[in-house]
Design a protein around this ligand. Structure first.
Ligand code: HEM
Length: 373
């Protein structure tokens, strides 16, 4: 029986490859911000709960101050991929969103609460009040949002359980039956947060707003966290790849198009290994203070490349899974309105350039020294 709803008679306004490209670019940026939030927040909570050194409080405060800004990027960079995903996979994604409707809609409330708690966390750290529990609640809420997103992105690939879920509740009151790909996928995003959070600390160590001993502390701590959790991230990624159905594994190895997603998977492994080695070098004092800025930037570029390769691989997994169930994302009527596409692209590039300019203004602004207890 055909489980996917009938295709929308309105044709796509731009070629599938272009929508996919934009989806991959924007989702990679969303993932970088998400990982900074999940990992940075947990690190700040840990440092404020267990001040392992006199520098810990300053480090927690430095991260927390930036998290409210990171959260704006998480949200704003989440909207574009949501729109592109709905255009390309609407028949699957709308269905799964409705089937877990109560949980899906709750994300809005969870986000608002998380955002408010991030401000409270930072304020309490600034006022030298006990703050770890506020940060921990914010982290648990952000982790639940991540969990719900993983749940929906896997449910959209399982038309075989939709009918049974809809019969159980047309109100979207139930979560889907167990899916072997969900745990590794979610764990991967959570562990990836600590890899990227660790690289972020190394990057911060290169900033001029910290004194030499604080820089050393940030680089050593960030390096150890990146190296340790990079290994967990790698293991979760391999687990997530291994539990994929045979049709997907086969497609990633042999399909004329999707074997490139398979190569991206190998690229991801190589990049994570490089990130672990950089983390280990920084963590065990193998990087001189003069080099820490360069290493920090290398870590930032690596973080972006890790997310791009992950998103390309993940895209292949999704398309091949859907293809094995009768949904071909390429099989759509397209009537491109090139003038509108051109206008969109001009505005898109202008938007990214404005974002880059804003970041450069913040980077160049005169800042107070930070990180002191
Ligand atoms: C605390 C806030 C957020 C966290 C922690 C978070 C985390 C995540 C995670 C972990 C995934 C990957 C799920 C998976 O495939 O396993 C994801 C995907 C996604 N997120 Fe977010 N997210 C947040 C906010 C948002 C917001 C506000 C939006 C949009 C308005 C958004 C849009 C998306 C989209 C569209 C995807 C998947 C796209 C696709 O697969 O095509 N996220 N997010």
């Amino acid at each position: 029986m055909q489980s996917f709803p009938a295709v929308d008679p309105i044709p796509l306004p731009a070629p599938v490859w272009l929508l996919k490209l934009l989806h991959i670019v924007t989702l990679s940026l969303h993932f970088v911000a998400v990982e900074m939030l999940l990992g940075g927040l947990l690190l700040a909570v840990f440092l404020s709960l267990f001040p392992i050194s006199s520098r810990s409080h300053g480090a927690a405060r430095a991260i927390a101050r930036r998290l409210t800004v990171v959260m704006t990027y998480v949200i704003n960079l989440g909207v574009p991929p949501l729109l592109f995903a709905q255009v390309l996979y609407g028949r699957a994604l709308y269905t799964s969103s409705i089937l877990i409707g109560v949980y899906w809609i709750s994300i809005i409330g969870l986000l608002m609460l998380t955002y408010w708690l991030l401000y409270r966390f930072t304020a309490r750290l600034e006022q030298e009040k006990s703050a770890w529990w506020v940060g921990l609640i914010a982290w648990l809420l952000a982790g639940s949002v991540a969990r719900l997103l993983s749940t929906n992105m896997t449910l959209m690939l399982r038309p075989e359980v939709w009918r049974q879920m809809y019969s159980a509740s047309a109100m979207g009151r139930f979560l889907p039956p167990r899916d072997p790909t969900l745990e590794p996928r979610w764990l991967m995003m959570m562990a990836g947060g600590l890899l990227i959070g660790g690289l972020w600390l190394i990057y911060l160590a290169g900033r001029a707003t910290f004194h030499a001993d604080q820089k050393q502390y940030l680089a050593a701590l960030g390096g150890k966290v990146a190296a340790g959790f990079g290994v967990v991230y790698l293991a979760a990624g391999v687990w997530a790849a291994r539990v994929q159905p045979d049709a997907v594994k086969d497609g990633l190895a042999h399909h004329p198009l999707y074997r490139f997603a398979g190569y991206a998977g190998y690229g991801w492994v190589a990049l994570v290994v490089v990130a672990i080695l950089i983390g280990a070098a920084a963590g065990f004092g193998r990087i001189t203070s003069g080099r820490v800025g360069l290493v920090g930037w290398t870590g930032a570029v690596l973080a972006l490349l890790v997310e791009i390769t992950l998103v390309v691989y993940r895209d292949g997994v999704r398309d091949l899974t859907l293809l094995s169930k009768g949904y071909d994302v390429w099989d759509r009527a397209v009537v491109t309105n090139w003038s509108v596409v051109a206008l969109f692209l001009v505005l898109f590039v202008a938007g990214l350039a404005t974002l880059g300019w804003l970041i450069s203004v913040v980077a160049r602004a005169k800042k107070e020294m930070e990180g002191a207890v």
